[in-house]
Design a protein around this ligand. Structure first.
Ligand code: G3P
Length: 465
């Protein structure tokens, strides 16, 4: 059992199955949060004064430490957020690779030089040297579903570019996040630079996001919380990665076996608890029967069970989440959707559910379940598929399945989403690609270079020769 501190104001953390107490976390109050923010703010200029290659060395050392502690961290992720142990291990390794890439990319950020005479009336005697300065203290708020990877994807770019970090992990996911920070502190990095804040959102959430010494917020989580942060934060840059309702668009000429395989993997890995999961299928009427058949065959292959059994479909993060998914399934069936497979619940374990003949009046056509349910909407034209994609309040990603690449690009250009995947599932990785959400799916951009850019600002020195 991981016990971080012995403060009286603590909360017990249980495994996702609720059977085992796996640790305790400290519930910090506003005064404690105030102190850590002040420490971070004071220490940041020193951190920025350290040579860039040395900051990169700390990150490489952090990656080494994570690998050394991989087994322990993966086991904690698996228990705490209910992820199969293979995926939990992959998360740690993916994070190691990401941190190393960030360290290297940070060392390649060399600023820019602009000549004055490229503007009409300008002169060769004016030259601008444009450097990238850190913003100051970055508030990094991570979600439960990738408690290590999505935390590091915010902390590492902040550090390489010379910022201090205040890290607030999701409540369920805190223990994994704290182990990751322990590994970082093992490198000998000044501890004031990376501050972890744990506690109740209701007690410290607003205090954090409105604090005048926080210079930028990077948040991954629900659209509702993201919107609340954007309303409350005061004139500081924000990067928000929020919800999604990513469609898989399957055209008449698609390779249906490939599409089904990708769709099932995209929809059901980690029980659909990913912002980038495929959350609805728009299929041309003519091929719908065939597609539904192969999707069902692929779903039948999914393993269902406990994280320690390394199952793909595991209990959802909590009862509220499971109730919500069930509510969406019930609503669809009541309104005439056909359950093809699944629709079975054991505690918070929901069997992978495929719903056919879903129509636009059903909530599942529009709402994000964050669970293992996939609605099929049979549509007649590409125009309709574009309309259904763009009518969503979300705009994260979309997949298009067709053998006609030109058609896919034309169609994709009409979709109001951050990324379009051709003949593959929606997903964030590889992690250095830009990652963007439109509408309620997000604000700003992530991906290694984009993340670093979001945490720095241009500083212009004009040389007048
Ligand atoms: O849900 C968070 C998002 O970053 C998912 O990433 O790699 O599962 O597509 P990924």
């Amino acid at each position: 059992m991981i016990s971080i501190t012995a403060f009286t104001n603590e909360k017990e953390v249980y495994s996702v199955t609720g059977e085992e107490q796996i640790g305790t976390i400290r519930l910090m109050d506003q005064e404690e949060v105030e102190n850590v923010i002040n420490e971070a703010k004071e220490a940041q200029p020193y951190w920025y004064s350290i040579d860039l290659y040395k900051r990169a060395e700390f990150l490489h050392e952090w990656a080494d430490q994570l690998l050394e502690n991989q087994e322990k961290i993966a086991a904690t992720i698996s228990k705490e957020v209910g992820k199969g142990i293979t995926s939990a291990n992959k998360e740690v390794v993916r994070t190691v690779d990401l941190i190393r890439y960030i360290a290297e990319e940070g060392c390649r950020m060399h600023g820019e030089l602009m000549k004055g005479d490229s503007f009409k009336g300008g002169s060769t005697s004016k030259i601008a040297m444009i450097d990238q300065e850190p913003l100051g203290v970055i508030l990094a708020i991570s979600p439960f579903n990738y408690p290590v990877n999505l935390a590091a994807s915010k902390i590492a770019p902040a550090l390489i570019s010379g910022n201090a970090v205040v890290f607030k992990p999701a409540s369920q996911g805190t223990l994994s996040g704290l182990l990751m920070i322990e590994a970082l502190l093992e490198t000998g990095i000044p501890p004031e630079i990376v501050q972890t804040v744990t506690g109740k959102g209701s007690e410290i959430g607003d205090f954090l996001v409105t604090h005048p010494k926080i210079d930028m917020i990077t948040f991954t989580g629900s659209s509702a919380t993201g919107q609340a942060i954007s309303l409350k934060s005061k004139m500081i840059p924000l990067v928000l990665e929020l919800g999604g309702k990513d469609p898989a668009i399957v055209l008449k000429d698609a390779d249906l076996d490939l599409a089904a395989k990708q769709i099932v993997s995209g929809a059901f890995s980690y029980s659909g608890q990913r912002c980038t999961a495929i959350k609805r299928v728009f299929v041309h009427d003519e091929v719908a029967d065939d597609l539904v058949k192969v999707i069902k065959e692929n779903i039948d292959q999914l393993s269902i069970g406990l994280p320690e059994e390394d199952a793909t479909i595991t209990p959802l993060i909590d009862t509220k989440a499971a109730n919500f998914v069930e509510e969406l399934i019930d609503d669809a069936i009541r309104k005439g959707a056909t359950p093809i497979v699944g629709n079975k619940r054991e505690g918070n374990l929901l069997h992978p559910t495929l719903l056919d003949n879903v129509t636009s009046d059903m909530r599942i056509a529009w709402e994000e379940p964050f669970g293992p349910v996939l609605p099929i909407l049979r549509l007649n034209s590409e125009e309709e598929m574009i309309e259904y994609t763009n009518d969503s309040e979300y705009g994260l990603q979309a997949s298009i399945f067709t053998k006609d690449v030109q058609k896919a690009i034309l169609l994709g250009s009409k979709l109001n989403v951050g990324s379009v995947q051709l003949n593959a599932k929606t997903e964030r990785g590889p992690d250095h690609f830009p990652f963007i959400g439109t509408k309620k799916s997000g604000l700003g951009a992530q991906g290694v270079r984009r993340s670093i850019e979001s945490m720095t600002r241009d500083k212009v020195f004009v040389l007048n020769l």
